[in-house]
Structures are given as C-alpha cells and as structure tokens.
Design a protein around this ligand. Structure first.
Ligand code: FES
Ligand code: FES
Length: 182
C-alpha cells in the first residue's frame, strides 16, 4: 500500500513541503530530503543522542520521531543555530575548548546544551552532567565537553550583557540634549 502523503515541516524557520510516508523517521527526511546533515545517524534506536534536534525547543531524538509527530512543530537542527562565519555561542564554546575527537556525538551534545541553557542559563555542574548523560561519546571526550558547556554559559552571559548595554545606550538621550545644561 502506498502511504505517501504531503507533509509540511517547519525547519529552522522555513516551511518545507515533502511527499513521504508520515511514519518516516524525521531524521531520514532531514538528512535525505532536506540535506540537513547536522543530525547524525548513530544507533537508530533512540539510545545515543547523535540525531538530536529541538522540537519546540525540547531535545528530541529524530531517529525515533516520525514526521507525523514533527508536523506543526518548530524543528531546529544544528544548521539553525549559527553559521560557520557566525557560530552560535554554544558552537563557539565547543570550538574554543576543542571538545571533539571524531565529532560524531557533537550534534547531540550541542543541541542538548542549547536546550538546557535556554531553560537554565547558569546550570550547576551536576545538572550539566545529568542533562548530557544520555548523549553517548564513544571517544571519551567528556571532560572537554563539560568544559565547553561551562564556556558556553560564560559566552552567553557575555552576549546577554552586551545586548543589555546596547539597549541602555539606545534609551539614553542624544548627547547634544543630555549634555546641554546651559
Ligand atoms: S541515532 Fe538517534 S538516538 Fe542514536
Ligand atoms: S567525539 Fe567521537 S563520539 Fe564524541
């Protein structure tokens, strides 16, 4: 029986219409149809975290999430965070700390970190460990990854501070008015 249907997926802020079986794993559509190769195929069983994307901001294993479930929800992949020229602070932190060997787990580590820091900008080390504990790294890069998450906390705080300063500067009256006391 042909179960092909027209599906609309909202990925990284853009709407995509695809013809596919609604029970196709989201990961296959992202990688094979939309050429979004940030999410990786690891175990295919929801166990390793390599395929993690955000669904409405929640880290989700796209290998065991069907297109049917993902429809109508905001899907964010690694490609939706930053670019090579302007990486997201979480991506920059992983670069700064050189937190990779083979790099296969990094998509899951970064997407899970992004969701965590959106929810809790200053997590305790135990919280970071707990949140990342279901993301497997076969290379044993855990120490560098934990350092990268802590660096991401710092970079995001600096970015928030900069934005705050810029907002304050925008509210200040122009100098020729503020300084005119005559
Ligand atoms: S590939 Fe999805 S959890 Fe391993
Ligand atoms: S760096 Fe190789 S799996 Fe984590």
């Amino acid at each position: 029986m042909n179960r092909t249907a027209t599906l609309t997926l909202d990925v990284n802020g853009a709407s995509h219409t695809l013809a596919a079986d609604p029970d196709t794993p989201l990961l296959y559509l992202l990688r094979n149809d939309l050429a979004l190769n940030g999410p990786k195929f690891g175990c295919g069983l929801g166990e390793c975290g390599a395929c993690t994307v955000l669904l409405d901001g929640m880290p989700t294993r796209s290998c065991v999430t069907t297109a049917r479930v993902a429809q109508g929800r905001a899907i964010t992949t690694l490609e939706g965070l930053g670019t090579r020229a302007a990486p997201h602070p979480v991506q920059q932190a992983f670069i700064d700390e050189q937190a990779a060997q083979c790099g296969y787990c990094l998509n899951g580590m970064i997407m899970t970190t992004k969701a965590l820091l959106d929810r809790d900008p200053t997590p305790a080390l135990d919280t970071i460990r707990r949140e990342l504990s279901r993301n497997l790294c076969r290379c044993g890069t855990h120490v560098e990854i934990l350092r990268a998450v802590q660096r991401a906390v710092q970079l995001l705080a600096e970015a928030r501070d900069k934005a705050h300063q810029a907002a304050l500067a925008d509210q200040r009256p122009p100098e020729h008015i503020a300084g005119d006391r005559s």
